[in-house]
Design a protein around this ligand. Structure first.
Ligand code: CP
Length: 313
């Protein structure tokens, strides 16, 4: 594999600050990475002997596993820090933790943390690359990149496409990263959810705000269904899960009102019977597992561009 031009920054912290050229470079590189991922022998050497650490202060199945798989396919060494059995439990600060990891010769830290801005704080304190795998309500850039990659794979050009993001917009870092990325590529983005789960001034990000999923789904090209984040809610933001499902849940009955080629997406994990019915989650319109597969390719691309390519700094 030839050396390519890398990303403009040493880190990937969010899509708000990612230049459109770097966004497109990641998406283009992910296409090549997917080809490698689909080979019978899935291993290439560009990150040989690079040390990559996953440091997750919150649970994860997809993001952490796919980063490990992506790194291994590029021949990097990977280590997972199990925060629950690490010295974090003895009171070690985030900065002390990452400085100690740096002293062991780490090339990249992939971090998930409940605090918005945690990834940036780490990036400012170590020389290696930092990838934000989700920071509070702020951003989850690699999820949005894999969502956008999947949209391009299914329907080509993003410009002019109507993307409806439905659910708990208030607590959703996935929604924020999707909005930043999709707007850069010229999509028409509509956010839908109960008023209590809609951030104040969200329209300032250039999105259309609606409280009526039946109206918005009619001409949508994609509906990206967000998880109801029960663990982040203080309670009382909607009457009941049944009520939420009735008013906003994506069901087969609702999809009958949509375009024939609508695509249903979900970042996972699913709350079946709440934001999405099982019939839809397992049915013909959804690309949920394609998103998971593409997550490996997109994360390979990000690691390759951050650690294998030349920085333009
Ligand atoms: N979509 C997502 O971030 O999934 P995990 O929490 O399992 O990583």
């Amino acid at each position: 594999m030839n050396k390519v031009k890398g990303l403009i920054s040493k880190d990937l912290l969010g899509l708000r600050e990612l230049p459109e050229s770097d966004l497109n470079l990641i998406l283009k590189t992910a296409t090549s990475m997917k080809e490698i991922f689909m080979r019978p022998i899935r291993r290439v050497p560009p990150l040989l002997a690079k040390n990559i650490i996953t440091l997750f202060y919150e649970p994860s199945t997809r993001t952490r596993t796919s980063f490990h798989m992506a790194a291994k396919m590029l021949s990097a060494n990977t280590t997972n820090i199990a925060v629950s059995s690490s010295s974090v439990k003895k009171g070690e600060t985030l900065i002390d933790t990452v400085k100690n990891l740096e002293a062991m010769g780490v090339d990249a830290i992939i971090i998930r943390h409940k605090m918005a801005g945690a990834a940036r704080l780490v990036a400012e304190n170590i020389k290696g690359s930092v990838i934000n795998a989700g920071d509070g309500f702020n951003e989850h850039p690699t999820q949005a990149l894999l969502d956008i990659f999947t949209m391009q794979e299914k329907k080509g050009e993003i410009e002019g496409k109507k993307v409806v993001i439905v659910g708990d917009i208030l607590h959703s870092r996935v929604a924020r990263s999707n909005i930043w990325g999709l707007k850069k590529l010229g999509a028409k983005v509509t956010v839908v959810g109960p008023p209590t789960l809609m951030p104040k001034d969200i329209e300032k990000l250039g999105v259309h705000v609606s409280y009526n999923i039946d109206k918005e789904i009619k001409d949508a090209d994609f509906v990206n269904v967000l998880r109801i984040q029960l663990e982040r809610q203080e309670g009382g933001l909607f009457p009941s899960l049944e009520e939420y499902h009735k008013l906003f849940g994506i069901t087969s009955a609702r999809l009958k009102k949509a375009k024939k080629d609508i695509i249903v997406m979900h970042p996972g994990p699913l709350n079946r019977g709440v934001e999405i019915s099982s019939e839809v989650a397992d049915g013909p319109y959804n690309v949920i597992l394609d998103q998971v597969t593409n997550g490996v390719a997109v994360r390979m691309a990000i690691l390759f561009l951050l650690l294998g390519g030349k920085f333009r700094r």
